[in-house]
Ligand binder design. Sequence first.
Ligand code: ATP
Ligand code: PRP
Length: 328
Amino acid sequence: MDLVNHLEGRLLFAVPKKGRLLQEALNLLEGADIQFRRENRLDIALVKNLPIALIFLPAADIPTFVGEGRVSLGITGRDTVAEHETGVESARRERAESGSTTPTEGDAHQGCEEIMDLGFGACKLQVQVPVKGPYSKPSDLIEKNIGTSFVHLAEDYFAQLEKEAGISSGQGPRKLKTKIIELSGSVEAACALGVADGIVDLVESGETMKAAGLTPIDTVVSSTAVLIKSKHPTNPQLVDLLASRIRGVITAQKYVLCQYNVHRDQLVNAVKITPGKRAPTVNSLEEEGWVAISSMVEKKKIATVMDELTEVGAQDILVLNIANTRTG
Ligand SMILES: Nc1ncnc2c1ncn2[C@@H]1O[C@H](COP(=O)(O)OP(=O)(O)OP(=O)(O)O)[C@@H](O)[C@H]1O
Ligand SMILES: O=P(O)(O)OC[C@H]1O[C@H](OP(=O)(O)OP(=O)(O)O)[C@H](O)[C@@H]1O
């Protein structure tokens, strides 16, 4: 089937085609009951149960498609959104300063709006230097060579440093004294191979940089995966519906339901321990003086909460996983 000709009337939703965000993004789509089958080697998949087409794109390109309004919705890293928006802004500024009338990427750009943090893909874009080297603070790298895949964020960062040091006359790559070298991957190898004095690259566990003999000296951006939308989506109601479903899945993943019985004398203390998202549900038990409480609790806090409930005399404490939610 020629899928490209079946996109009419469908909301386009961009999903990372590979890499770190792919699996978690697919899990979210499944949780939101977005049903599709991706044919081998095809980067478009029609959704069976909703008027949506999924477009599988490199995570770094998704802000371009969404920002220009070609695709209405996307899942990508906040770092890629920041890089794209910074690039557009810098192109606009350069153009305005030069008085040029040649169209640039920024002309088609309406902008991306972040709908929500998706809670996975946490990483930091950091300035890294060789452990056994002469650089210990970011300003030591002014006028040096910097390797990165995030050229616009790096340019902005060093423009700011140069300004603070009283070296540069303003922003923009042409005025920068520090040399930003664009690399598309394995950025951590650049220092050891003599291409760069320092790098600006993503770090999660820190293992890659440690193995490459590098150490962080600053963080440029902290990132997680985000759901973004274009300024003028083709079907705003469907965007809201999908956002609501995805929010429900994320909440379900983040919380558990805690149920227990406690004596009415301890009700105030118990409610302090499990205040719930809105408020706990409290029901009377058939047994005189006792109540049954059920409340949503953040998964990461549940062990401590159970300890504290036990201390106030709670009994029959049960913790249940939540399959899905729609909460206020
Ligand atoms: N080590 C990491 N830990 C967690 N998230 C990361 C990590 N590296 C990257 N990310 C996140 O995942 C996004 C996609 O990066 P990833 O390297 O997986 O993409 P990719 O499309 O495979 O790109 P490339 O081919 O350049 O590696 C990044 O923009 C960032 O938000
Ligand atoms: O802190 P860590 O958990 O070790 O992760 C950091 C590494 O992950 C990313 O690279 P990726 O594996 O995507 O490879 P690439 O940059 O060479 O494409 C990033 O560019 C670092 O190299």
